[in-house]
Design a protein around this ligand. Structure first.
Ligand code: NAD
Ligand code: ZN
Length: 367
């Protein structure tokens, strides 16, 4: 029972298909998109080792040959240099605008593949096959693609939508536990933004999602994708409401930066703590009641995520270090920072000009 979520973007609308074992159907689903009987696949060495054969078999049953390139896993592959290698490879293979480039992997492969597809002959077809929970509920949807620069993360990129997203939830079985929890943090994010019913559901079924119960997992991925699709359809390029997706991310990004973006603190781990901070800051501002903020922290903690700065991997996180990192944000002006705050569970809103010195004081109290 495959679930289908539609991202509505006019003539660039596309489907997200979610199901257990979908990878084996990739060939049938992708065949109608191609002109020549071949597709290009970009993956990383870990994911390729696990799933390239399944994908290749499926494609060949549909009469499609697979040309694959694999990059080393890790943020280092989201680079200008590797992007150049990918483009050289596609050009040397004679890839054209009507060919399909598939991203088989997590957010790193997805982001890299998206930029490559956007640049290749001014845009070739692009399919996301996300294999991490984070990629299935977040990065594969919405068309933000980027590689990193030495000046910072995600500085070189484009908005470029895929034509199809295939999320095979069975592929998550091989995902390391920490990566699974990091993806779960982004699921909780959608509940906290605007879906109190989903929050209640996660209080009951969150443990089944984390345990990869197929029914609960499929439901959580579909609800998350639908939430992101709704927001992206309204605001593709983050002129307005799309900023809500940054709930927990201003604090989270500061935590990651303070830790030097080391793998000791995963993005989702930072976002979990960041969301708890954003809610506690909302309580401190008199916007939200403390019991609701506690409920959110309990939901995250019960899955195994950390919501207290003192216990977070990679610390300590002194307030000054965090606010210094926030100042690097391109939207900071005159000591004011845009923050996503909340009036309740599922009632997030954009606070365009939170006072950084007040935020520093709050973070100091959190230590
Ligand atoms: P990732 O791509 O590095 O994957 C995490 C690790 O898990 C890697 O080592 C990978 O090899 C391994 N892996 C992937 N799938 C596996 C599987 N099924 N079984 C076993 N191992 C598997 O990390 P991620 O968390 O998926 O993505 C992080 C990236 O996503 C960051 O670069 C971030 O900037 C980006 N991102 C982009 C967006 C967006 O909107 N484009 C949103 C959020 C994050
Ligand atoms: Zn995130």
């Amino acid at each position: 029972d495959t679930k289908r979520v539609r991202v509505e973007l006019g003539d660039r609308s596309y489907d997200i298909l979610i199901g257990e074992g979908l990878l084996a159907e990739a060939g049938t689903l992708i065949a109608p998109m191609v002109r020549q009987p071949r597709v290009f696949v970009l993956t990383d060495d870990t994911v390729g080792g696990l799933y390239a054969d399944t994908l290749s078999d499926s494609l060949s049953r549909a009469g499609l040959a697979m040309r694959m390139k694999s990059v080393p896993p890790g943020e280092g592959s989201k680079s200008w240099a590797v992007l150049g290698d990918v483009l050289d490879w596609l050009l040397s293979e004679g890839a054209g605008r009507d060919d399909v480039l598939i991203a088989l992997g997590g957010g790193i492969v997805g982001d890299l593949t998206g930029v490559a597809a956007s640049l290749m002959k001014r845009g070739m077809k692009f399919v996301q096959v996300p294999t991490t929970l984070l990629a299935q509920v977040d990065s594969s949807v919405g068309g933000k693609t980027a590689v990193n620069a030495s000046q910072g993360k995600n500085l070189i990129g484009a908005f470029y939508q895929p034509q199809l997203v295939l999320a095979d939830t069975a592929a998550l079985k091989t995902l390391p536990e920490r990566e699974r929890l990091a993806g779960y943090a982004e699921i909780v994010k959608y509940a906290l933004i605007d879906d109190p019913d989903f929050f209640d559901w996660l209080e009951r079924r969150g443990k089944d999602v984390v345990a990869l119960d197929p029914e609960a997992l499929g439901e959580a991925v579909a609800v998350s994708c639908a939430a992101k699709a709704r927001i992206v359809s309204q605001d593709e390029t983050e002129a307005g409401v799309r900023a809500l997706l940054n709930l927990g991310h201003t604090f989270g990004h500061a935590l990651e930066a303070a830790n030097g973006f080391q793998p000791s603190l995963l993005h989702g781990e930072a976002v979990a703590a960041g969301m708890a901070l954003a809610l506690r800051y909302s309580v401190r501002q008199g916007l939200m009641n403390g019991q609701d903020a506690d409920r959110a922290s309990r939901l995250l903690e019960s899955a195994g995520l950390v919501t207290q700065l003192k216990r977070l991997n990679g610390g300590p996180y002194p307030a000054d270090r965090l606010t210094e990192a926030m100042k690097q944000d391109k939207k900071v002006r005159a000591g004011r920072v845009p923050l996503i705050l909340a009036r309740g569970l599922g009632q997030a809103f954009i606070q365009p000009d939170a006072d950084l010195s007040d935020v520093r004081e709050f973070l100091n109290e959190e230590l």
